[in-house]
Design a protein around this ligand. Sequence first.
Ligand code: BTN
Length: 241
Amino acid sequence: KRIFFFKSIKSTMDYAKKIAERDEPEGTVIIADYQSHGRGRFGRIWKSEPGKNILMSIILRPTIPLEKFSILPFLFSVSVAEAIEKNTNLKITTKWPNDLLINNRKFCGILMEASITADKGDFVILGIGINVNQSEFPKEIQDYATSLYLSTGKVYDRAELTKDILRQIEVDYEKLNKDRDFKSVIERWKKRCTMLGQKITVIQSGKTITGKAIDIDETGFLLLEDETSKIIKLSSGDVTV
Ligand code: BTN
């Protein structure tokens, strides 16, 4: 499998997409030390100090049905969480849909971009941003963001961490392709989630929806119960507890 490394790049997502369009096989990983145009969900900016964190994108050509692709960021979330727990003494929790938190602060985000074409094969780019050794965050997010360093006071070897994360992802991804056990992926994800049973607010395409978080279904949809006991199914959005 190929790994590309860039000292600086616009975004690993774009590069991964470009080479995937030219038939780069599944499993190729693009890693960068710095991104000038790193992006997050909903077109947000993903800022990361040079040389401190893990920024990578992975090319996948999943064999699972298209309508199940939404499971992939959940799978990657548990793989990353497990690999990081093995390397630190931290307790990692999940926040719907695809954030990883330490003490309620986000340190990892996962972004999935799928390219579905009639002629060429479908591919998916999974982007992972992990705050590892960064010690300061911009004012606007400093109450919500953290890093492994800020949580433990230790500086981590990014190469070692990346290796463990990629190994765990590979094991979990191959297993899913074989056994198609979507339920167990969501179960592993839910075990780390502190939000279920709580009253939450979700902002989805400008609309605010409040209710009790009931469950996450097999494809990663959030089931929310509103005041009238109606169950609302959400595919994406931003959650505040
Ligand atoms: C989010 O939480 O909104 C997702 C953040 C994803 C960031 C990663 S960093 C590596 C890859 N390249 C990007 O431009 N974004 C993803």
